[in-house]
Design a protein around this ligand. Structure first.
Ligand SMILES: [Zn+2]
Length: 164
């Protein structure tokens, strides 16, 4: 390959994306795939909210196993204050967990009920990291909100990473 072209591709991030695609694809975060809401602006049944959506939402009963998408380290676990159904706890992500993978990307699993791992713990691809719930803003149906993030907070369509 032409080195000048390689430089241009690297500068635009195309090389980095290509390298990521070569990496092992992500394990689906849930066993049964029922999508409530896609990444982006697409509205789905059960949702009245048409703001940009930074994740894929999977519909699933409370207490369903949630799996780590890839090997990594538990970066953080966030449990908002307030009781489970109090107003304060019904906003945003609810209870969520961030896992940082070896490629630097972070996966976020939100509206969780409980967690099976601790902060700083090493987790393996497909390992149960907790159970789904309906904490935070879930607009009626229990769900898992699954996000793929850069450390700077930029999100990507999880569909590009998961092997279904
Ligand atoms: Zn969501």
């Amino acid at each position: 390959m032409d080195w000048k072209l390689l430089g241009i591709l690297a500068a635009t991030g195309i090389i980095i994306d290509a390298q990521r695609r070569k990496a092992r694809p992500y394990h689906p975060p849930v066993g049964t795939i029922r999508i409530l809401r896609e990444y982006g602006g697409t509205r789905r049944r059960g949702d009245s909210d048409d703001r940009f959506h930074s994740a894929i939402d999977f519909e699933l009963p409370i207490g369903t196993n949630v799996y780590a998408a890839a090997d990594g380290i538990v970066l953080s676990i966030t449990i908002p204050t307030g009781t489970y159904r109090s107003r304060g706890a019904r906003k945003g992500y609810g209870r969520f967990i961030d896992v940082q993978h070896d490629d630097g990307l972070i996966t976020r699993y939100a509206h969780m009920n409980d967690f099976s791992v601790g902060v700083g713990e090493r987790v393996g691809r497909g390992q149960v990291i907790g159970h789904s719930g309906e904490t935070g803003h879930v607009s009626r149906r229990p769900r898992l909100h699954f996000e793929v993030r850069e450390p700077n907070g930029t999100t990507h369509d999880p569909r590009k990473f998961i092997r279904w």
